[in-house]
Write a protein that binds this ligand. Structure first.
Ligand code: AMP
Length: 376
């Protein structure tokens, strides 16, 4: 067990790292952040900020030496860096789990190997694979790069072999998958934490809405039958066990055809769809990550009240600073800003949580608060 007062290391210093750092500091840990960005949201509040590349051996050595354990906050962290850090201290989650989630093909095959369904897909390694894959999957389909895609980046709709070939070229001929576009009834996600002793706690299922591939709103509890929620939580736990995962992770699912669950993606870190836990659960997803990384017992995931989360993206700054005071006119509004100085379109700048007696009421109030930010 690593006790409060000790130092934890963090590879990556975005908003997820910042909220991890805040949770760790609240409990009494010190956090050292490695992130090349001088304006890193976590780096700015950590007790130390090592400004270096994620592959910089001297910086990694420093991080591994001062920290009792190291964690990460983004899935594209170089697995080699996690493996290198392991010489010095425990790395949670480990490079194997992170590597598995860095490649869609590996990830989907892994989910299937655990007996879970995914949308139908085929691997595309070269342009010649497009015709066969499209022949088997048919329209409508999506091509997605196997690696380095997030928030809908590296994805294109495919209605023909020609579309698939054009997109494959556009993505630089990188290994990709052709995936059936499934008729979504809903998108849901499960955030969970798993300790080094194998103990698992899952959070209530979030119902997620995406706009242009980016999460827009989460509503909890998801407006789905209880049986489906139980199956989703069990499926997520199955994946975490099979990966021997330690830390907080998320599993995104598609719900199709009257309650069929398809695994979409795994995230080896706290997740945007788990931000509701900051205000609505007895223990939030970042504190769970701290506890799991430190080997402390995991906390209670009970939902205190229905909640909605709405993301605040950079476009809200298009006409100047949003009207924070207006959003807060509703006393239930909880504002979370990540301390980012450059609001770019699509960039996650913050979020709003609202707790209310029903999920519908929470969603309406959270959306209204966001609209007031830019109302004239
Ligand atoms: P992803 O990066 O794979 O999570 O995709 C981003 C978003 O695109 C998802 O949250 C869905 O809204 C949509 N999407 C991705 N794959 C599919 C699919 N196979 N069928 C339908 N919608 C999809």
């Amino acid at each position: 067990m690593i006790l409060p007062g000790a130092t934890l290391g963090l590879l990556g210093g975005g908003q997820l790292g910042r909220m991890f750092t805040q949770a760790a500091q609240r409990i009494g840990f010190e956090v050292v952040v490695l992130d090349p960005d001088p304006a890193s949201p976590a780096g700015r509040i950590g007790s130390r900020h090592l400004r270096a590349a994620y592959t910089d051996e001297a910086a990694l050595r420093e991080l591994g030496t001062v920290a009792r354990a190291v964690t990460t906050e983004f899935e594209n962290v170089p697995a080699g860096s996690l493996a290198f850090l392991r010489q010095f201290c425990p790395v949670r989650p480990g490079p194997e789990a992170v590597t598995l989630t860095q490649d869609r093909l590996v990830e989907k095959r892994f989910a299937r190997a655990q007996g879970l369904a995914t949308a139908d897909f085929r691997a595309i390694h070269e342009v010649g694979d497009c015709a066969r894959a499209f022949g088997e999957i048919g329209a409508p389909a999506l091509i997605k790069t196997a690696q380095l895609g997030y928030d809908g980046k590296g994805q294109a709709a495919v209605e023909s072999v020609a579309d698939a070939e054009a997109a494959f070229h556009r993505f630089g001929g990188r290994p990709s998958i052709l995936e059936a576009r499934v008729p979504l009834e809903l998108e849901i996600s499960v955030v969970l934490a798993r300790g080094g002793d194998g103990a698992i706690v899952t959070f209530p299922v979030a119902e997620n809405r995406h706009v242009q591939g980016i999460l827009d709103t989460s509503v909890v509890p998801a407006r789905i039958p209880e049986g489906l929620a139980v199956r989703a939580r069990e499926a997520a736990a199955t994946l975490a066990d099979a990966m021997d995962y330690v830390g907080t992770m998320a599993v995104e699912f598609f719900v199709v055809n009257g309650g069929r669950l398809l695994v979409n993606e795994l995230a080896p870190r706290p997740h945007n769809s788990g931000h509701y836990t900051l205000d609505a659960c007895a223990t939030d997803q970042f504190e769970q990550q701290v506890r799991a990384v430190a080997g402390l017992p995991l906390g209670d995931t009970t939902l205190l009240q229905p909640v909605a989360m709405v993301n605040l993206l950079g476009e809200l700054w298009a006409a100047g600073e949003p009207q924070w005071g207006r959003a807060l006119e509703d006393p239930r509004v909880q504002l979370h800003l990540y301390g980012k100085t450059e609001p770019r379109p699509g960039r996650k700048m913050g979020h709003i949580n609202v707790l209310a007696p029903t999920a519908d009421a929470a969603l309406a109030a959270a959306r209204a608060a966001r609209e007031r930010l830019t109302a004239s």
